[in-house]
Design a binder for this molecule. Structure first.
Ligand code: G3H
Ligand code: ZN
Length: 280
């Protein structure tokens, strides 16, 4: 069934577990993630980022994911990841997304507050949950020029109160697009943030987190844990192997079989580490 963040994050908060938000780019990985969640009896978040909606128009991927969510046996959130502006958030809402992120983390504080609050007003008018970001989770890929800035707990509190976001992404040491689980997070900062921020917290760049950190953050107020690169690597590496192992096969539906299986396994593993299977 299609749900929004508020339908699942408070349950996760109460039960000391976290819901994974997996970045998906099409039918195959979305199906693998939903199948993993259904097998584990866990809610799940399907997230589409800028690259995904550049590849496939937001109305098209939105309609597909919403339909898949409605048919799923477990709660599924269809979420816009790192929305760049009000227009994109509005398009996502029109396409049926149940949740959007507005990422104004690169802007000055007051501008980020103003823009995020406008998206919150729009989202809430349509029953759509809204995530904001304060501080900035950087990128391991130096070409983006964004090394990130750790979140200040007081700013996070004021930001959450002023914008009325449903969930807040904070920067505590992870970096987007890491290919190894070698990020180091600041637990003291995380404690300070969760003491004063009244809404569920979001961890971005979670591919970089070691398994034991995933287990630990799930017990804290980090109720939404974003995982993208781990899934992309599993899909791409498995597809490469399938093409190499079966040079005579040109039918992509056949070549997609092992990537779908491997993405499902990866999702099952992360769901287990976050204890999300305890939720339904
Ligand atoms: O918003 C998406 C995530 O933060 C994914 O990050 O690709 O480093 O796991 P990741
Ligand atoms: Zn992110």
């Amino acid at each position: 069934m299609l749900v929004n963040l508020n339908d699942v994050l408070y349950q996760a908060l109460a039960r000391k577990c976290a819901i994974p938000a997996f970045n998906v780019f099409g039918y195959e990985d979305a199906k693998a993630v939903i199948d993993a969640a259904a097998e584990m009896g866990s809610p799940v978040i399907l997230a589409t980022n800028k690259v995904a909606i550049h590849h496939m128009p937001i109305e098209v991927i939105g309609a597909m994911l919403v339909e898949m969510a409605k048919k799923a046996a477990v709660p599924v959130v269809v979420h816009l990841d790192h929305g760049q502006n009000y227009e994109t958030a509005a398009k996502a809402i029109a396409a049926g997304y149940s949740s959007v992120m507005y990422d104004g983390s690169a802007l000055p504080f007051e501008e980020n507050v103003r823009n995020t609050a406008e998206v919150v007003k729009l989202g809430h008018a349509f029953g759509v949950s809204v995530e904001g970001e304060i501080g900035s989770v950087g990128y391991s890929d130096s070409a983006t020029g964004n090394d990130g800035t750790l979140t200040d707990p007081y700013e996070a509190k004021v930001f959450a109160e002023k914008t009325k976001v449903d969930a807040l992404a904070v920067a505590v040491g992870t970096t987007h697009r890491m290919e190894t689980q070698s990020a180091s997070i600041d637990y003291h900062l995380m404690e300070e943030i969760q003491k004063v921020v009244p809404v569920p917290l979001v961890m971005h760049g979670s591919t970089g987190l070691p398994d034991n950190d995933l287990q630990e953050i799930a017990k804290m107020n980090f109720c939404k844990v974003n995982i993208g690169t781990a899934i992309r690597m599993r899909f791409g590496n498995s597809l490469r192997k399938a093409i190499h192992d079966k040079p005579e096969v040109f039918d992509r539906l056949e070549l997609f079989q092992s990537p779908i299986k491997e993405v499902k396994q990866e999702a099952v593993n992360k769901i287990r580490l976050l204890h999300a299977n305890h939720l339904t």
